[in-house]
Design a protein around this ligand. Structure first.
Ligand SMILES: Nc1ncnc2c1ncn2[C@@H]1O[C@H](COP(=O)(O)OP(=O)(O)OP(=O)(O)O)[C@@H](O)[C@H]1O
Ligand SMILES: [Mg+2]
Length: 337
């Protein structure tokens, strides 16, 4: 990806910062164009604040402080946590130096059903240890500490931290959480943990981990309920429309009613917004239609977000019920709490 354009992300008159995938524009087939839309990175305000928060954490990590400030980033599914992690890490790639591989930013997804051993294994694998499955938990931990030093690790980002709470029993993996605290202590490297909002419960139950992760931010969905949040959401949609390989119908751009419908259809979440838009682009290109209109959006919603959306439950239907789709069996059930 090329470097992003830097613009005032809080001003809807300006486009938000967009980074196109390298594929965009090189091929003219539908799959390439749709993939180009999916791979476009949007540096919206919450994304920019997330990058700044990680940067602050990272900078402090370079001073080898006894207790580096760590950060917890939470957000509902599709709010963009993993995108933030990958984009930050992309700017600090691993590099081969005379003394060996340097990994300034180590980042990974925690395994489902974590144990000390399988988490240590994942970290060792990412650090390039060929024997990542070998040894006791203690031996693995000490290899992690050595490799952090040798690879000059400055920041660690662990995604899917909610895996520390067992889905079915709700039991918190207290031993693994304690081990993680120990790892933060002995490596003296700042950690960024990321996951769903229930991650807070892990910190609530572990006061030592909580103290280390007292800095917390949430990647919130785009709002639509007050003037300022509508202005930002409108700015986001205008930027997206402007940068598509197909045009939106003129009535879609800057119209309050359509903005509301898109918000109901996506809950203001980047994941659903990009799914809705890229599926709409695909429909238009496949069917050689002139533009994205309400009918295209309605079909894209059913195809890619909620297959059961019948008539008045489809935000793009003329008689849509005009309420967030958060009831049981609806796409955003559980997102409001
Ligand atoms: N800043 C962004 N710019 C463009 N697209 C984005 C952005 N953030 C998220 N997306 C889109 O949303 C999709 C989901 O985002 P992501 O996987 O980062 O969410 P998440 O919060 O990690 O979700 P989960 O909790 O399910 O893992 C991405 O595949 C991407 O298409
Ligand atoms: Mg994720």
């Amino acid at each position: 990806m090329s470097e992003p354009m830097h613009v005032d992300v809080d001003d809807w008159h300006q486009p938000l910062s967009l980074v196109q995938s390298p594929n965009t524009g090189l091929a003219d087939g539908t799959p390439e164009l749709v993939a180009g839309v999916r791979n476009t990175l949007i540096e919206h305000p919450a994304f920019a604040s997330g990058i700044t928060a990680i940067q602050r954490c990272h900078r402090m990590g370079r001073f080898g402080l006894e207790e580096p400030g760590c950060l917890l980033i939470t957000g509902v599914a599709g709010s963009g946590k993993s995108t933030l992690r990958k984009e930050y890490a992309r700017h600090y790639p691993r590099r081969e130096a005379d003394e060996g591989t340097e990994i300034p930013v180590l980042h990974l997804e925690l395994p489902a059903q974590p144990t000390i051993k399988n988490v240590a294994e994942r970290i060792l694998l990412e650090l390039g240890d060929p024997l990542f499955t070998r040894g006791s938990a203690e031996a693995m931990t000490s290899r992690i500490v050595t490799l952090f030093r040798n690879c000059r690790v400055e920041l660690v980002m662990l995604d899917e931290f909610q895996h520390f709470i067992d889905n079915s029993s709700e039991k918190i993996e207290a031993r693994v959480a304690d081990w993680l605290k120990h790892l933060v202590n002995i490596t003296k490297v700042p950690f960024v943990l990321m996951g769903l909002r229930r991650c807070h419960r892990i910190l609530q139950s572990n006061e030592q981990l909580r103290r280390r992760f007292s800095r917390q931010i949430e990647l919130k969905p785009f709002g639509n309920s007050d003037k300022r949040s509508r202005r930002i959401f409108d700015g986001l949609m205008r930027s997206i429309w402007t940068n598509l390989p197909v045009s939106p119908a003129p009535e879609l751009v800057g119209d309050g009613d359509h903005l509301d419908r898109i918000h109901f259809a996506t809950y203001g979440l980047m994941g659903y917004i990009m799914t809705l838009v890229s599926t709409s682009v695909e429909i238009v290109l496949n069917e050689k239609r002139p533009c994205i209109d309400q009918d295209v959006l309605s079909r894209a919603f059913v195809e890619s977000i909620w297959p059961d959306a019948c008539g008045h439950l489809n935000p793009f239907h003329p008689r849509f019920v005009c309420r967030p789709l958060t009831n049981d069996k609806e796409p955003f059930c559980g997102y409001a709490c």
